[in-house]
Design a protein around this ligand. Sequence first.
Ligand code: DAH
Length: 339
Amino acid sequence: MKQQLNEIKQAAVAALGNVSSKAELESFRIEFLGKKGRLTEILRGMGKLSAEERPVIGQMANDIRSFIESEIEALSSRLDMQLLEKKIAEEKIDVTMPGKRQPIGKKHPLTKVLDELKDIFIGMGFEIAEGPEVELDYYNFEALNIPKGHPARDTQDTFYINENVLLRTQTSPVQIRVMERQKPPIKIIAPGRVYRSDAVDATHSPLFHQIEGLVVDKGITMSDLKGTLDAFCKKLYGDKTKTRFRPHHFPFTEPSCELDISCPACNGKGCRVCKNEGWIEILGAGMVHPRVLQICNIDPQIYSGFAFGIGLERTTMRRYEIDDIRLFYENDLRFLLQF
Ligand code: DAH
């Protein structure tokens, strides 16, 4: 029996040398230590042994069993380790490989120019104000000194929700809303969407954007208007830019003017961009009409102010020499990616 046990031990050592997976290891365990395994079979025959032999053989069989068990355990953890190392090697990430580029969007040209305008005015101490696009007739016209039947309403036909509610035709109503809730000193710009029922063509759109400006304080004069807007033009179009103020009419300012700049393309000599005039109109402005101040409960004997309105599309078109306003709204990437 001793010999049999020694043979089993040798066979086990030899068989272990061929085990290379967990599954093979389990078959090995069953072959030697399982219920019908080779070692178990021997132990079952112990009953036939003499009383002296039994403990000796028993001791030997137990030693072999624990020898095989510890061999199984050692090999099992070696196999686990190999498996883990293989997995780690397979899943290795090369952090030096180039990443997958995510296409990120760009700012719309109108947003880019608006951001520039905001920066310039914020740099001069202006704050940003907002008002609703669905506006009351009162704010869009009435309080701006444009009563019902006034001819100025003809050029600003719009979309009416009902008789008193409309889509604003200009950002000027924000002037009224700000003056109603804030006492001077006031120094704001109000950018936003405006609407008019115009037919679409290369220079017209029923939806466009304006930037309104308003300054109200004691002792504000036309020279403040000219100085501020001249500084603005030089910041936006370059230090060499000349400005020209032409008399004009707006119902809510008195006196009113339009502001031209020397053509940035030809320095005022005359070219295709300025249609040979040397000058380009860029905004409307004026001293806030005393009646408008009064409507907002601001005493025109004490306070005065100036206002201006800039068209964002026209400013952007000039800036990038874009010749068709429709390009802004069509979302064609071939156009948008150029900015
Ligand atoms: N709201 C005018 C328009 O849409 C533009 C304008 C002109 C605004 C003169 C002003 C201003 O604030 O003073 O035609």
